[in-house]
Design a protein around this ligand. Structure first.
Ligand code: HEC
Ligand code: HEC
Length: 350
């Protein structure tokens, strides 16, 4: 917001603002994907029933609720049928599904791509803009305060328990400290934990992100992926990737099309999708696909049209060259159609 008011304050033309928007950092740049760690290493957050009935506790509860059902923010901050928990499973607690506790402890983080240190709250803003095809709430909005409070609560409870401090209540911290993330100087950990977890190791908690999947023996194939999709995914995600909606409620999320994540979201990269899918899908039966099937079905899923990359300013090729130097189909021709040319609108508010 500061940058925005500075730009407007400087009295620059609107076109400058459009450019500033276009140059927004790629906040869904790829996380370093690591091999899987032993499950005994993962943090286990405390039982949700132990969230206190206090002002702080209410923020945590609101954060949880917005995370598992993001649709109350539809039209304001959310432009599609996704909930945060669709990709950060078990309400953001599941190891190897980019858990919030792993993320929280990894910020603030320097990002080469925008040559800037991103706070934890800014990282969440990236998911609103891209994965939720929406508009990021301000850092000090009740929604972002709540989502960061919830992430902090998951991380701190997991850490206290891991380091044998089960009876210690989760310390309440100010919103501004929590917004920065668990690597900030102002973020004080109990001595025992701080000693075991120096700042430079906090971004490497076991189970963070989606674990790296070895390259497939054969180049991922959209055609083979379609067969996997029909057999193992379509029953829930629909023949057209539209998911399943009943009585106005999206119970199984869409994987492509107007209601899905946009062309700027991390999940549109074939490798990120393959890591996620191998580890987490089909729901309830994860790690049953072969390595090759995971790559193939990720390629199939991501070779369909979806909402436009919000950084797009009219020149598909230029946008592709600037932001899409990774494994994806944006700007590429599939079955005679160039993906991105017929993209759905950004922030498709009903
Ligand atoms: C039994 C139903 C079911 C099956 C089968 C299934 N999924 Fe899912 N999938 C889900 C649900 C439910 C979620 C959201 C999870 C949540 O919110 O906790 C999900 C989430 C996803 C996501 C997260 C991204 C998004 O847009 O929400 C992807 C990608 C995905 N599934 C791909 C697949 C693929 C590929 C297959 C086949 C290999 C598959 N799924 C099979 C139910 C299923
Ligand atoms: C369509 C899938 C999807 C949805 C929906 C989604 N995210 Fe994400 N999120 C991702 C991916 C992919 C990454 C980056 C992982 C990577 O690049 O390896 C990510 C990264 C993050 C991170 C940083 C993780 C880390 O370890 O650094 C946070 C925090 C986060 N998301 C929060 C949210 C919140 C809050 C919402 C809802 C407002 C949300 N996400 C919705 C897919 C999604």
């Amino acid at each position: 917001m500061k940058t925005l008011s500075l730009i407007l304050g400087a009295g620059l033309l609107l076109s400058t603002f459009a450019n500033a928007e276009a140059n927004l950092p790629d906040r869904q740049t790829e996380l370093p994907a690591h091999a899987k760690a032993a499950s005994s290493e993962y943090l286990v957050p405390r039982d949700l029933a132990t969230i206190p009935d206090s002002e702080f506790g209410n923020k945590v509860k609101l954060g949880y609720s917005l995370f598992v059902n993001s649709q109350p923010m539809r039209g304001q901050y959310v432009g599609n049928e996704q909930n945060c928990a669709n990709c950060h499973m078990q309400a953001g607690m599941k190891a190897n599904s980019a858990p919030l506790w792993g993320a929280f402890m990894a910020y603030p983080a320097y990002r080469k791509k925008n040559d800037k240190v991103n706070t934890y709250a800014e990282r969440i803003q990236g998911c609103f803009k891209y994965s939720m095809n929406g508009v990021a709430p301000a850092v000090d909005s009740p929604e972002l305060v709540a989502l960061t409070a919830y992430s902090y609560w998951l991380a701190m409870g997991g850490l206290l328990d891991k380091y044998d401090m089960q009876s210690t209540p989760i310390p309440e911290m100010s919103d501004t400290v929590v917004q920065l993330g668990g690597k900030a100087d102002s973020f004080v950990l109990p001595e025992k934990i701080a000693a075991a977890l120096p700042v430079e190791q906090r971004n490497k908690l076991a189970g963070r992100g989606y674990p790296k999947l070895a390259k497939s023996a054969e180049t991922p194939s959209i055609e083979r992926g379609e067969i996997v999709y029909k057999q193992t995914c379509a029953s829930c995600h629909g023949a057209e990737g539209q998911g399943l909606k009943q009585d106005g409620v999206q119970s199984f999320p869409p994987l492509w099309g107007k209601d899905s994540f946009n062309w700027g979201a991390g999940m549109h990269r074939v490798n990120t999708a393959a890591y996620f899918i191998y580890e987490n899908m089909p729901l309830g039966k994860s790690i049953q696909l072969s390595n090759q099937e995971a790559w193939d079905v990720a390629a199939f899923m991501n070779s369909h049209e979806r909402p436009q990359d919000p950084r797009f300013t009219g020149d598909l090729k230029a946008n592709q060259e600037q932001y899409h130097n990774h494994q994806g189909y944006y700007g590429k021709s599939v079955n005679g159609k160039v993906l991105g040319e017929h993209a759905f609108p950004v922030k498709a508010v009903d």
